[in-house]
Every structure is written in C-alpha cells, then in structure tokens.
Write a protein that binds this ligand. Structure first.
Ligand code: BES
Ligand code: ZN
Length: 600
C-alpha cells in the first residue's frame, strides 16, 4: 500500500478500523450546526488508500445515525453498524467497497447526547444571549461526531464546510481566518495530516484579538480583553518554543477561551488550543498551561503516541517541554516551582494507585478499557522525571540536540514506546554505560518511581516552608508583609502544606487576612476549598457551591466532590451535583456519576 502520510505501528486496541486493508487519507466535512436539535447534520467524504484485495472499510462510530453511503460514482454501498459490546468503543461501521471505490460519502447526523459535543444553552455562556457548541475528541470521542478511523496512529488531512446561524462564528483545528462570515458559512482546510483526536470544532458568538503576526485569541466578547491581557506574551512564547526544539509547523497558533464548563485545562487542538477560563487569573500566573498546550504542537501533534497505551510519549514530553519554555521565559527558579508542584501531584497519584501498580507504569495496558479511565497523572509527571533523568545523565546540550532530531525525524508520524527506546539508543544513550545510568526500561515497564528519585527542590518554596514551619510550631500566622510578593505557586505550596484538618480559628483568620474564599484564582480557590472541606469550615461553603456550579474543569471538581464525600458532606455533594451536573461535559459526568451518584 502506498500511503505516505498515515501509518500506525500496530493494531490499536481502542479502534475498530482495519488500516492494513484500507486507510483514510483525507476527510471532507459538510455539516450544518443545528442548535435547536443539538445535532450536526450533513456528510463526510472519505478519500481512501486501499491495499490490494481489500473489500471493506471499517470505521469507528458512536451514537451516529447513518442515512446513506455512496461511492464517487454515486453507487449505493452496503454497510452494517455492528455493536462492539462496549459503550466507549461505540459501533463498528463496516462498508462494503466496490472494486474501484476510492471515495466514500457518508450522509449522517450526530446524537444530541454525542459524548464529544457539549451544547450550551445561552445561560451557560458569558453573554447569556447565544448558545455555544464545542467538541472534545481526545481520547476516542471523535467517532461520536464523525465516522472515521479513530486511533492516534491514523492520520489524514481534512477540509470542511460548516454552516452556523448568522452572527455566530465557527472555528476548527485548522488555520482559522479571523473574519466573521456574513452568511454563517465557514470553510476550513487543514493541509497537515492529523489524527482524529485532534479534530475539533467550536461555534459561538466570539471575537478575535491578534497578539502577534501568527498568534491571537478568540473569546466571547465580554471575556476578550481579560484574555488578551492574560496571554499578551503568546507570540514570544511561540518563538521561545521554536528556538528550543525546531520550527513551528502549523502556520497559526491561536487560543480559544471556552465557557467554564470545558472539562479540561487545555486541549491542544492544532492551530487553535482550547483553554478553560479558569486560567484567567488576572496576573498571568497560570500561563504555564498555555506553554503546555503549545508544546504539544511538537510532542503529540507532530510526533504522536501510536496508541493510548503510549500516552506518556505525548504528555511526559510535553510537561518537560512546558517547563523548558517556562524556564526560558521566567527563569530556572520559576520552573522549579512548577516541578515541585508536579512532584506533589505525582506523590498523591502514587498513593491513590497503591493497590493498582500497573497503572503507575509509563507503558499502559488499556486493551479492554476505556482509555479515558486508564490515562492518568503518571504519564505527565513520571514521564517528565524520566526525561529529566536522561537530561541529567547526558547533559542539556546533548538532550536538546536529541529532541530536535526526534521531532524532525518523526514529524507527522506516530511512534510507540518501543520505537522511542530504539531511537533513544541510536541517537542518545549510545553506549551501555549511559543506557544503564538511565535504565529507561525500569521507568517504563515497572511501577512507581526508582528508589533513587528524590524529587526537585525549589528555593522559593523552601522560604514558604519556613513560614509554614513557624506557623505549625509556634502558631504564628503569616502576615501580608511576609507573603508580599508570593506568586500563585507559593500560595499553592503554602495551602497544600497546611494540615488537613486545620483549626477553624486559623482558617477564619487566614480568610479574613487573605480572602481565600473569594479568590478569583481558581487554583488557589480549589486548594483552599480542599482545606476548608476537610476542616469543616462552613463560612466558605457558599462560595464552594457556586464554584462547583460554575466550573466544569474535571481536575478541580473531582477532588472537591471526593473530598466532600470523605468529610461526611454526602448530602451537599449529592444535591450540589444534581444542580450542577447539567453544566458539566460528558467526560466530567462520566467520572462523577459513579462517584457521587446520578441525581434521582
Ligand atoms: N491533551 C491533554 C488533555 C486530555 C488528556 C484530554 C487526555 C483528554 C484525554 C492536555 O494537553 C492536558 O494535559 N491538559 C491539562 C493541563 C496541563 C497543563 C497538564 C489539563 O487539562 O488539566
Ligand atoms: Zn497535555
């Protein structure tokens, strides 16, 4: 089969596709966005590359209604929609090809409950006037809005025609044009091959503000200037990243600030990263999240994990790259603070997975499992530490040279963990001594961390630690004079370092002094709420309830609900969840339903 752009390394356990027989090389979407019925409706035309003797095309789909399937000659093609037996896998769409079929056109529509799509009513947006739609395709939700080969190892280019109500804007993971269409019709062309999980769409009343020659930000009109302030350094961040690991290959890099129900911090959709508004802190202190999504333009989007079992190749590399960007911009001490907070998260995750050592290996074994349930923090922070370990053995110059080569050599391709190990040996850890000094196989195939790992140290956090020690030993609380100049990160270290529970009178005084309960910084709020819940600090409960109602970011709300349940606030957890659940995206609901319980 001659198909240069799409390749996978082996079978993908989470896809029904038969890529050895037929590959999809290009998608052409023609969709109408129907807010009233909460449906995308139209067609997708797939261009195929077929192996000799191939007879059927197997696609992934989930909750799609298929109306007809035809060839380029308008011949009806026979098809079946076979159950996979697993809800997360969806249905296998099997299309019988004629001997000369090279193009297949599928007329279809999505289900109102499509897991990839969140349809927001006007009251769930900033302006309260217009509805909003956004997609989230990672890990395997793309199949619930387009029938396609849904595995990270299968790449294709795409073009799209999208029709939306007049006055609204459509954005996709392609180089977007900033103009507003007068007819409500938008067209897109993504010339670089991407995997399905990076396909995305958003539709809303959105404005655009350029931030540099090829960067800018989209947001609802009422959010745009705050967002433009927060991300003012986007262009220089992009240039910093390109200086580290090679040219930016995706033309534009824009941000889209979504409504607060977005279930993630960020999603690295090519050309247009989707971000949560919870990083709009007003002081630019949470922009490392943008550095992270930007870094995915190399690790992940350019060089892609072959299957979700190799997820750490996407996220571990990206965390490493993110912290290198932040180090270049803000200095080494800043990056160290991020590393220590990450280490603390990792320790927490390792504790939670005590009875499940397999989940703490870098290489995952998620064959019969929804990958969304098996992908966790380990990929991020343990993956990061492995790359730091390699750097410490070979030195930074050699590390950087390797990474530039790695991104260049594997650009627009998928790689699995074993392929990475081969290249690591060939290009970097070339002799046995170096290999042994790192022992990458232990990191990758064994649970937990190597015993010798001590974790990063931050001088700025040591200073915070002294304040904590004085408070804990002598009962002297920090004063605003002492904490003047603390960044969000130092506050997080402080709040995480307080005992759970802490005495109510301590929390009362701290709240009076530092106004945590009414903080506009979601990271600080959530650390404070966790402390307050375990301490049964009632005065903050109202702000907590409204935070949970407003915010759909899973990283915040899941620990908060868990903590409510653990501290004996079952009634609050359940009634607040019942009230807030309609504001949450499918993936957040899927995590929380079994934890908190479905509302009656
Ligand atoms: N690609 C991920 C988000 C993701 C992972 C979505 C797995 C679906 C399945 C994104 O790059 C990410 O890691 N986001 C983090 C922020 C980051 C700074 C660690 C998040 O959303 O919190
Ligand atoms: Zn990421």
């Amino acid at each position: 089969m001659t198909n240069e752009i799409s390749q996978a390394v082996g079978p993908d356990p989470h896809s029904c596709a038969n890529p050895a027989e037929v590959r999809v090389t290009h998608l052409e979407l023609d969709l109408t966005v129907d807010f009233e019925n909460r449906k995308l409706k139209g067609s997708v035309t797939l261009q195929l590359s077929r192996a000799e003797g191939s007879t059927t095309l197997w696609l992934d789909s989930r909750l799609l209604t298929i109306h007809s399937i035809t060839s380029e000659k308008d011949e009806e093609l026979a098809y079946t929609l076979a159950e996979t037996g697993q809800a997360w896998k969806g249905e296998s769409l099997r299309i019988v090809l004629l001997s000369d079929t090279q193009v297949v056109k599928i007329e279809y529509e999505t289900h109102p409950e499509s897991p990839a799509l969140q349809w927001l009513s006007p009251s769930q947006t900033d302006d309260h006037q217009h509805p909003f739609l956004f997609s989230q395709s990672q890990a395997i939700l793309a199949r619930s809005w387009i029938p396609l080969q849904d595995g990270p190892g299968y790449r294709f280019t795409y073009s799209a025609k999208i029709k939306v109500p007049k006055g609204m804007r459509a954005l996709m993971s392609a180089p977007n044009k900033s103009g507003l269409s007068s007819t409500g019709e938008y067209s897109f062309r993504m010339p670089y091959p991407i995997p399905a999980y990076l396909l995305s769409i958003a539709v809303g009343v959105l404005d655009f503000r350029p931030l540099g020659p090829n960067t800018g930000v989209y947001a609802e009109p009422g959010v745009l200037s705050v967002a433009a302030y927060e991300f003012a350094a986007l262009q220089s961040m992009l240039e910093t990243a390109a200086k580290l690991y090679g040219p930016y290959r995706w033309d534009r890099y824009d941000l889209l600030v979504l409504p607060p129900s977005f279930p993630f911090g960020g999603m690295e959709n090519p050309c247009i990263t989707f971000v949560t508004p919870t990083i709009l802190s007003g002081d630019r202190s949470l922009v490392s999240l943008v550095a992270h999504e930007l870094a995915h333009s190399w690790s992940g989007n350019l060089v892609t994990n072959a299957t979700w079992n190799d997820f750490w190749l996407n996220e571990g590399f990206t965390v490493y790259f993110e912290r290198r960007i932040m180090e270049a911009i803000e200095g080494a001490e800043y990056a160290k603070m991020l590393a220590v907070l990450g280490w603390q998260d990792l320790q927490q995750t390792l504790k939670e997975f005590k009875g499940k050592p397999d989940a703490t290996c870098l290489k995952l074994k998620l064959s019969d499992q929804d990958p969304d349930e098996g992908m966790n923090e380990i990929a991020y922070e343990k993956g990061y530490l492995l790359l730091c370990k390699i750097e410490s053995v070979v030195g930074r110059a050699a590390m950087d040279k390797f990474l530039v080569q790695y991104f260049e050599k594997n650009a627009f391709k998928a790689i699995d963990t074993e392929g990475f190990l081969v290249q690591l040996k060939e290009l970097l850890l070339t002799d046995d001594k170096l290999w042994k000094a790192v022992s990458p196989e232990a990191w990758i195939y064994k649970p937990g961390l190597p015993k010798s790992e001590k974790g990063p140290v931050s001088a700025r956090f040591e200073a915070v630690q002294q304040v904590l020690d004085i408070q804990l030993k002598k009962g002297e609380l920090p004063t605003p004079a002492i904490t003047r100049g603390w960044s969000t990160h130092e506050w997080l270290h402080y709040l995480r370092g307080l005992p759970k529970p802490s005495p109510i009178d301590v929390l009362t005084k701290l709240d009076a002094m530092f106004h945590f309960s009414s903080s506009g910084n979601a990271e600080i709020s959530s650390a404070w709420f966790l402390l307050g819940i375990s301490s049964k600090y009632y005065p903050m409960m109202e702000s907590l309830q409204s935070f949970l109602f407003r915010t759909g970011r899973r990283k915040f709300i899941v620990p908060l609900y868990k903590s409510l349940l653990n501290a004996g606030f079952e009634d609050e957890a359940q009634s607040w969840y019942a009230e807030s659940r309609p504001n949450y995206h499918y993936v957040a609901q899927a995590t929380l339903d079994p934890l908190v319980g479905l509302p009656e």
